[in-house]
Design a protein around this ligand. Structure first.
Ligand code: F6P
Length: 357
């Protein structure tokens, strides 16, 4: 890092990497507002690590963060660019850009890939504090990520709508949702929307069990069914042929999707019930964050800025609930002032932990 005048205010770099997610702007706003009050200045790298590698950035100020709290997407843009793709080592280029821009510390906001890069940079001596994000809610070290609740609400609303049309037409509706290799979105939205079957990547399904369940339901007089399937769900080995895509991103992740189409055909063929598929796709990542995600994102932003100010680098902010001994605090009245999980004064949650993903 560059030698700086001891009186000069420290400069923080921010970036958003990976898939976008409702709440990213709320983090940016929280970091900038918290830091400006403490005399820091900010630069935002554009399109994730691409902006760092290509030295493309914008100044972040109080003015440039006005009105962004409820906005979906990210004002900085994002990408799945990987400075270490194909065995390359982008550390030197990253270091050069940070020096040229006078950046003292970096706050990358991203999922396992973006934070994996952050960890490598930290190991190379670059001061970073990570902020976890993903609609998939599949990051270790934190109980919840912002964007997840918004995605769950979007899917739940869609299931509610599909119920009325399914009922009118006596159809089976298959709803394919995102989540990569985790079934969080499918499970939460499936439960909230009253789905009749929920298929997740964690438990390979047997198509015959699924159709037997639907047949039993319809034999009981039900004329329609809703099946929620996560994009990463797969049949039990040898039970059903699926088409696997070959496309991968810069981090080597396969592009998922299509299991819903397979199920649509198989359910209709095996049961004789008219079946339709809805692939919700990127609509799950779009639009304004729900209130929960705005609050969580704001807490993460404040905690990240505080970690930087405290020199606690190589950390990732998190939200982690804990099991309490009966009588310790549970069963007692809790307010925003009394140190609940959502508003600690002396022990601000989320707490920074080593960025280890
Ligand atoms: O990780 C978020 C996510 O939306 C996954 O649920 C999905 O598999 C993937 O990103 C889609 O990525 P892309 O926007 O690159 O198509």
């Amino acid at each position: 890092m560059p030698e700086r005048d001891a009186n000069a205010s420290a400069r923080i770099g921010l970036l958003t990497g990976g898939g976008d997610c409702p709440g990213l702007n709320a983090v940016i706003r929280a970091v900038v507002r918290r830091g400006l009050a403490e005399g820091y200045s900010f630069v935002g790298f554009q399109y994730g690590w691409a902006g760092v590698l290509e030295n493309k950035a914008v100044e972040l100020s109080s003015q440039s963060t006005v009105g962004i709290l409820p906005r979906g997407g990210t004002i900085l843009g994002t990408s799945r660019t990987n400075p270490y793709a194909g065995g390359k080592d982008g550390t030197a280029v990253v270091r050069q850009t940070l020096e040229q821009r006078g950046v003292d510390a970096l706050i990358p906001i991203g999922g396992e890939d973006t934070l994996g890069v952050a960890l490598r940079l930290r190991e190379a001596g670059i001061p970073v504090v990570g902020v976890p994000k993903t609609i998939d809610n599949d990051l270790g070290g934190t109980d919840v990520t912002f964007g997840f609740q918004t995605a769950v609400q979007i899917v739940t609303d869609a299931i509610d709508r599909l119920h009325t049309t399914a009922e009118s037409h006596n159809r089976v509706m298959v709803v394919e949702v995102m989540g990569r290799h985790a079934g969080w979105i499918a499970t939460h939205a499936g439960i909230a929307g009253g789905a009749d079957a929920i298929l997740v990547p964690e438990r390979p399904f047997d198509i015959e069990e699924v159709v037997a369940h639907l047949r039993r339901r319809h034999a009981r007089g039900r004329s329609f069914s809703i099946v929620v399937v996560a994009e990463g769900a797969a049949p039990r080995e040898g039970t059903l042929a699926t088409r696997a895509g070959t496309e991968t991103d810069a981090f080597g992740h396969p592009r998922l999707g299509g299991i819903g189409v397979t199920l649509e055909g198989e359910i209709e063929r095996r049961t004789g019930f008219e079946t339709r598929v809805t692939i919700l796709g990127h609509v799950q990542r779009g639009g304004t964050p729900v209130a929960f995600d705005r609050v969580l994102a704001t807490r993460f932003g404040v905690a990240a800025m505080d970690a930087v100010a405290g020199g606690r680098f190589g950390m990732m902010v998190r939200d982690r609930g804990a099991v309490l001994r009966l009588g310790e605090r549970c069963g007692r009245w809790s307010s925003t002032e009394s140190g609940s999980r959502f508003a600690r004064r002396t022990d601000p949650s989320p707490r920074p932990v080593p960025a280890s993903c």
